[in-house]
Each structure stands twice: as C-alpha cells, then as structure tokens.
Design a protein. Structure first.
Ligand code: GLU
Length: 390
C-alpha cells in the first residue's frame, strides 16, 4: 500500500495506542489496570445527557452551521465571561470535534511550510505531529522536574529563531499536571506578543485546578491581542464528555473563518444533538464539575503520598489535570534503559498500563493518569512500586 510521505513522519497517538493495548489484554482475560489514557471515569452529568436526548427526540438531527449552533457559540462566550470576565462574541468562537480538531485547525490555519512551533517539553503527544501535518517544524523546549516542568522566558528566548511562528502553552499541563501562575503566564505572553509569536493556549484542564493553584486563562490576552492569541478548550475533561467530541476555540474572527473553512471541507458540523448537550453543560450548574474536581484532588493526594515514598523518583506535586509525571530514570538499568522498556515491564509484571515519557518528549519519566477510583489507583500504584523496587 502506498501511503503519502507526509504520513511516514507521523506517529500514532501513544496515549490512545497504550489504552488500546490495555483493552486488548483485558479482552484476552488478563486483569490489567489502565492508567494510560486521560479520560474521566465519571458518567456525563445527567442534565447534559437529558438535553441531548431531548434534542434527539425533537429531531434536532440535521446539519447545523459548520462553526456550531449560535446558542452554543454564545454559551462558550458566556463561559469565559463567567470564569474570566471576558465574553468573546459569537464570531470569535468556533465549535469543533474535540479540542483536538480545534488545535489541528489552528496549526493548519497558521503555519506556512518550514515555520517553527515552540513546544515546551514534556508536551501532549499530538502537538508535534499536528505541527508536522500542517507543514511546520516542532521545536521542543526542554524543562525540568525541579522547575515543575514549567518553561522559562530564558529557555524560550534560547529556542526562538526568526522562523518561530507559534508557541503552544498548556496549563494545567498534560502530561505533568503542573500549572503556571498568573504572573508566570503573563511574563510568557508578554514575551511572545512582543516578538509577534502567535500563542495557542490549550486550556482543556482549566476546570481541574486544585487550590492553592488557581486557574489562569489567556482569554484576557486574546482580548488585548486578538491577532496573536487563540484559546482552546472543550468539555471532555471538565464534564466527563470525552466521547461527545465537543471542543471550541476563541480566536480572531478571521482565524475562526479560516478554521470554519477547514471544517466545512472536512468534517462539517459537530454532532447536532451533542451540541445541545454542550449548551446545557456550559450554561447549567457547575456543581457536578466541583464534585469531580474534589474526587480528582483526593486521588492526586493519594497518589502523591505513595509516589513520594519511591526512592530516587522525583515528582512535582501537580496543581491540576489528572496526571502524575514522575522522573523514574534513577530506576533505569541495562535491561530497562528507558521509559518505553520500563512501561513494557510494568505492563507485563504489574499488569498496569502507563504511557512512556518518551511519547511526551521526556524519556526520564512515565505518565500515570489517576482518573480511576481510589482503590484501583492504590492497587495499581502498589503493583508499580513493587516493580520499581525490584
Ligand atoms: N488527551 C488524553 C490523553 O492524553 C486523551 C487521549 C488523546 O487524545 O491523546 O490521554
């Protein structure tokens, strides 16, 4: 089979691949715990499901406008108004098939061949591959666990070139869970905007931030510099709606039109009745989100308590999301010299699926998703701890 050269440079999504591997083993009867994929274990809140069911019953099943139904675009504007005091107008909002499609749209809309994308590492697995698919060049900017894996202006300055076009920010971060403070974010935004570098701020975990950390959005920077900033978010993580595929982007209206062109030629609208569910989520009560946030915080604390007893393992205490990204390189040896071999060993011996840090651009680490119930989490950590000690 002849596949395009462009695709030969793209890797399959490691997070999805690892999850598929765990599911495959489960299907064979092997009792595997998957801490591989980043997916809330809670059901979608009842009022959100009810709104989608009502829309189906009312035959709301036809094409909708490509950038989303007007009430959902307005609800997205209202979301930012409610939490961050900035209400983007309808023409500055597009609804996409998950945050993933919004990101893909942005890279495709912004990049010319050879233009560079600064990606603080560790990074979410899909940023570099999306950059390559869009004809750009990913430039990872390394960070360290001692600095909570947060990138500094100095490191960005060093990595920047005349070809730098885009910087991707992701706070809270997947895979580290670490969050930038308002001040840190502002310093980076100032740096980028003054160099005319476009910032894509992926804020998909903004509802999952644990006190004393505080959510910090770039939507205020978008308001001040609409030609330099886009904010991406979605409902998958905050409302346990991964399968619904509801993401959105706030950007300059011209950039929204560009993204709409891509969607119009590829996927058309997001599922009609899913959009109605999304309106109910964004405009309804956030008590359900607060409950899930409290559960994730408790699990983070449980997991950190265990991981901090692992000798030689360094893991910053993450302020958000539902991942731990410990540096386990002190446990590497001749037989398990890297994160991939270690994760294979952990899967074989502990029957726990993790994602190797190499997939996120940091081979010293492995990623745990703690979006599972407390007992499963503790059992998985105990089993992994045994492998690491042996
Ligand atoms: N973003 C989640 C993760 O990192 C879901 C899987 C994916 O789309 O990569 O596990």
């Amino acid at each position: 089979m002849r596949i395009s050269l462009k695709l030969s440079r793209i890797k399959p999504s490691a997070t999805l691949a690892m999850n598929a591997k765990a599911q495959e083993l489960k299907a064979q009867g092997v009792s595997v715990i998957s801490l591989a994929v980043g997916e809330p274990d809670f059901p979608t809140p009842a009022h959100v499901k009810a709104a989608a069911v009502a829309a189906l019953d009312a035959d709301f099943t036809r094409y909708t406008p490509v950038p989303g139904i007007p009430e959902l675009r307005d609800a997205v504007g209202g979301y930012f108004g409610r939490f961050y005091g900035v209400t983007p107008p309808r023409e500055a909002v597009i609804v996409s098939n998950g945050g993933k499609q919004a990101l893909f749209n942005l890279f495709t809309s912004l990049l010319n061949p050879g233009e560079e994308v600064l990606i603080p590492a560790p990074y979410w697995v899909s940023y570099p591959d999306m950059t390559i698919l869009a004809g750009g060049v990913p430039v990872p900017v390394p960070t360290d666990p001692e600095d909570d894996f947060l990138v500094s202006v100095e490191a960005l300055d060093k990595a920047c070139s005349p070809n730098s076009r885009v910087l991707v920010l992701n706070s809270p971060s997947n895979p580290t869970g670490c969050c930038y403070t308002r001040e840190q974010l502002d310093a980076i935004m100032e740096w980028a905007v003054s160099r005319n570098i476009f910032v894509i701020s992926d804020e998909i975990y903004d509802q999952l931030v644990y006190a004393p950390s505080e959510p910090a959005s770039c939507v205020g920077w978008w308001q001040k510099h609409p030609e330099n900033v886009a904010v991406v978010n979605g409902l998958a993580k905050s409302f346990a709606m991964t399968g619904w595929r509801i993401g959105y982007c706030v950007a300059h209206p011209d950039l929204i039109k560009a993204q709409s062109k891509i969607q119009g030629q590829s996927t058309s609208n997001v599922c009609s009745f899913a959009q109605k569910g999304a309106v109910a989520a964004l405009t309804g009560s956030y008590d359900c989100v607060a409950e899930m946030r409290a559960a994730f915080k408790r699990r983070r604390d449980l997991a950190m308590e265990v991981v901090s007893t692992w000798e030689g393992v360094r893991c910053p205490n993450p302020g958000g999301a539902f991942y731990l990204f410990p540096d386990v390189s002190a446990r590497y040896n001749a037989a398990t010299p890297d994160s991939t071999t270690l994760c294979t060993r952990i899967l074989e011996e502990a029957k726990v699926a993790l994602v190797p840090g190499a997939a996120f651009g940091d081979d010293r680490c492995v990623r745990f998703s703690y979006a599972v119930d407390d007992n499963t989490l503790l059992a998985a950590l105990e089993a992994v701890g045994k492998v690491l000690k042996s």
